[in-house]
Write a protein that binds this ligand. Structure first.
Ligand SMILES: Nc1ncnc2c1ncn2[C@@H]1O[C@H](COP(=O)(O)OP(=O)(O)OP(=O)(O)O)[C@@H](O)[C@H]1O
Length: 731
């Protein structure tokens, strides 16, 4: 698809308040909701645009019962009584749970014919398996394809140059090859959504790490090219910004990092039933992003919104989506399958479930409007029945599973023809390479005549361009990120520590012990690089008698949901997790986010850190790197992260950790070693020198207490491009 720039663009200038300067033929507007800034876009579009400042300083209002477990809350609200069952026990519960949160909502219990052997599931699984078998036969081709498809920027560049854009189906992310990856993650949908098998993804991506690195040199050229092209396409080379208070309701408070405004929801023409639900939820005034986007959305415009983590983006897109549903004419009684009117796409199952829960909160007084969730890890047949039997005007989905339904659920594609609102939550992530093909497929399945909202805490420039595939030309970019502080919160103290790999486990233990000693109500998230490394670290910390839970892609969805709910309401708990918990998940009162090992990229660092300091609260973030990972810090230059000296690690602590490591199962260490190798192989800076990579992996192996690095199947070494690299043991 060739790039098309908006023909009409309106820009404003900071130096000339209130003056509309741009060309007369402009209509895309960029709104900045910070109080002093150079717009983020200015790096690529060297001009400034409409500049809105909507900071405020209002105390945060806590919502009654918000932190209670869902079942308990429902019970207290007078809904279905299941208080005795505080956690979800099984998959069927999980599926029904989300659609069932509202008091009085329909509850349909499904029977055992919904098991995996059901015909619907079979059809899609068989299809996939056949496809996958073909995939493995063609794996060499796939690597080649991947090489071409890997770098979104390169694709973007081609598009900019007006060439036909080719998006290659490499068969990697969506390979889902159960047989191919035997022993890695058998029997599950691999790459279903972001939370699918992370280790397999690392492993496969690792195989082309060297190819990726070859593209490095082109990056700067690409960037310069995009910048020039963008600037000339708009015909601007000066930055133009308007003072915020000229552009908003005058409701401007100068505090930089606050996110609540003085604007009440009832100042907008929202349905009284929605207003009642907002009140019940304790949402009195709007957050900055809500205030900035709602009026624009109510006018019928598309919006791309960037706002910091934990500042209420979910309500910002759900509320107007619900309004669209409310205003839609009721379907005739003979229409047994009313269309889906609002479609919300989230990158992970956790996030989709959470968004659906929030939607149910807002729909409390709209008994006829239903929300359903379709996510990987649950049975397709179960979801099909649920959508058939329950109201489903709003559908929240992960991309892979949604695509499955489009392809395999009878009548589903027709239902999507009713979509009036499309939301991409974590838009930058959904539109980057990993999900892009699925998203394009989904976009082609919904009507062109619709409103689209893209929300995220991070919107890198190159992804902004890709956003145009989803948005109308006259969309508005609402940027609530206060320039100068970066995308993170000022009230979150960020530190990094550099320690050799052999000290990481002892350091982690020391940091956790210190944090626990200082915080009675500690609530910590430890992010690890891959699912199997997560498992290893969780095992180790458990052996060290810390109160630990783990979430990663190797755990069944029902388990993940259960642990997630437990962590949400707990205090005095450590959650060790992979990136499945990096984006969007709203755990209240997290006191510390610890990231061990280099994050996938700058955006991932920001989203992981964003699990603390939510709703204006304080928090702390520590990034632990090995000396050879220090290069990553250059990508965080604009963030307030400081170097911290290492705490004293007592010899006793080292011994204790070593002893605990002896109790961790050998197979978990083996799996962690392999996953570690796969992950770092995929990191351009580390993976390009294979000899060095293997040296480091073996250092990691020794840090787990192993004398010899575990042997790795030849097939896997081949996939990683590591055949015959000295220091590796093949089997
Ligand atoms: N107007 C409001 N008043 C009070 N609380 C609110 C309001 N809107 C949202 N919240 C609460 O703020 C918290 C954070 O919201 P949400 O999870 O939507 O943040 P987010 O911006 O999407 O974060 P992330 O970028 O991490 O996904 C939630 O607990 C939500 O219930």
């Amino acid at each position: 698809m060739p790039w098309k720039f908006p023909l009409r663009t309106r820009f404003f200038t900071h130096s000339l308040p209130g003056t509309h300067l741009a060309s007369s033929n402009s209509c895309t507007r960029v709104c900045y909701c910070s109080s002093s800034s150079v717009p983020v876009l200015s790096r690529i579009f060297s001009f400034r645009s409409n500049y809105f400042s909507i900071g405020s300083v209002i105390n945060f209002s806590t919502r009654p019962n918000r932190d209670l477990p869902e079942f308990e809350r429902r019970s207290r609200d007078g809904g279905e009584t299941r208080a005795s069952k505080s956690l979800i026990e099984d998959e069927e519960d999980l599926s029904n749970w989300v659609s069932d949160l509202r008091p009085g909502s329909l509850r349909v219990h499904l029977t055992s014919d919904d098991d995996d052997s059901g015909p619907d599931e079979d059809r899609s699984s068989r299809g996939r398996r056949q496809q996958d078998r073909r995939g493995i036969r063609n794996k060499v081709d796939s690597f080649r394809d991947r090489e071409s498809g890997l770098n979104g920027r390169i694709q973007g560049k081609s598009s900019f140059r007006g060439r036909k854009e080719t998006i290659l189906d490499s068969g990697f992310r969506r390979n889902r090859d159960r047989e191919d990856y035997k022993g890695l993650g058998k029997g599950r949908d691999l790459f279903e959504d972001e939370s699918s098998d992370e280790d397999v993804k690392s492993l496969v991506m690792g195989g082309i790490g060297d190819l990726l690195s070859e593209e490095d040199e082109d990056e700067d050229k690409d960037y310069e090219f995009l910048k020039k092209k963008a600037t000339s396409a708009f015909g601007f080379d000066k930055e133009k910004v308007i003072e915020a208070d000229k552009a908003t309701s005058g409701n401007v408070v100068k505090a930089s990092d606050s996110y609540l405004t003085k604007t009440r929801f009832d100042q907008y023409p929202l349905s009284p039933l929605s207003l009642n639900a907002l009140k019940d939820a304790g949402y009195e005034t709007m957050t900055v992003v809500q205030e900035a986007t709602l009026p624009i959305i109510l006018k019928g415009k598309d919006v791309l919104a960037k706002a910091k983590t934990g500042t209420g983006k979910t309500v910002a897109f759900l509320l107007p989506s619900i309004e669209v549903v409310v205003k839609s004419p009721p379907t005739s009684p003979d229409n047994k399958r009313p269309p889906i009117l609002a479609l919300v796409i989230c990158p992970t199952r956790e996030l989709a479930t959470q968004a659906a829960t929030e939607a149910n909160t807002l729909l409390k007084y709209h008994p006829t409007i239903g929300v359903q969730v379709v996510i990987g890890g649950t049975r397709l047949g179960l979801e099909q029945k649920r959508m058939q039997t329950n109201p489903c005007q709003i559908l929240v989905a992960t991309p892979g599973r949604l695509k499955d339904h489009i392809e395999n659920t009878p009548g589903f594609a027709t239902k999507l023809k009713g979509v009036k609102v499309l939301v991409l939550d974590e838009a930058d992530h959904l539109l980057d390479m990993g999900f892009r093909k699925d998203i394009e497929r989904i976009i082609s399945a919904v009507p062109k005549e619709r409103q689209t909202f893209l929300f995220s805490a991070t919107v890198p420039e190159e992804v902004r361009q890709i956003c145009l595939i989803a948005l109308r030309r006259d969309h508005e970019f609402v940027n609530c990120v206060h320039e100068g502080t970066g995308e993170t919160h000022q009230q979150v103290k960020q530190m990094h520590m550099i320690a050799s790999l052999d000290r990481h486990f002892s350091l982690l233990y020391t940091l956790l012990r210190e944090h626990i000693a200082d915080n009675v109500d500690y609530k910590v998230i430890v992010f690890c690089t891959t699912a199997m490394v997560t498992k290893l670290v969780a095992d180790l910390l458990g052996e060290l008698n810390l109160n630990v839970r783990e979430i990663h892609s190797r755990k069944p969805q029902s388990y993940r949901t259960r642990v997630s709910n437990e962590f949400r309401k707990s205090k005095g708990l450590i959650l060790v997790t992979s990136d499945v918990s990096a984006r969007g998940v709203d755990y209240p009162d997290v006191t510390l986010v610890l990231q061990v090992g280099v994050p996938k990229d700058r955006e991932q660092y920001i989203h992981r850190l964003g699990r603390t300091g939510r709703k204006g609260k304080e928090g702390e973030g520590i990034l632990v790197l090995a000396p050879w990972e220090e290069y990553f810090l250059s990508s965080l230059r604009d963030l307030p992260i400081t170097k911290s000296p290492l705490p004293l690690i007592e010899p006793e602590t080292v011994k204790k950790v070593q002893k605990a490591l002896c109790h961790v199962e050998m197979r978990n260490k083996e799996a962690a070693y392999q996953a570690w190798l796969g992950y770092y192989n995929s990191q351009k800076m580390i993976g390009r020198d294979k000899d060095r990579l293997v040296e480091l992996a073996n250092e990691f192996s020794r840090s787990m207490g192993l004398d010899n690095p575990p042997a790795i199947p030849k097939l896997i070494l081949g996939k990683m491009g590591l055949k015959n690299v000295p220091g590796l043991r093949a089997k």
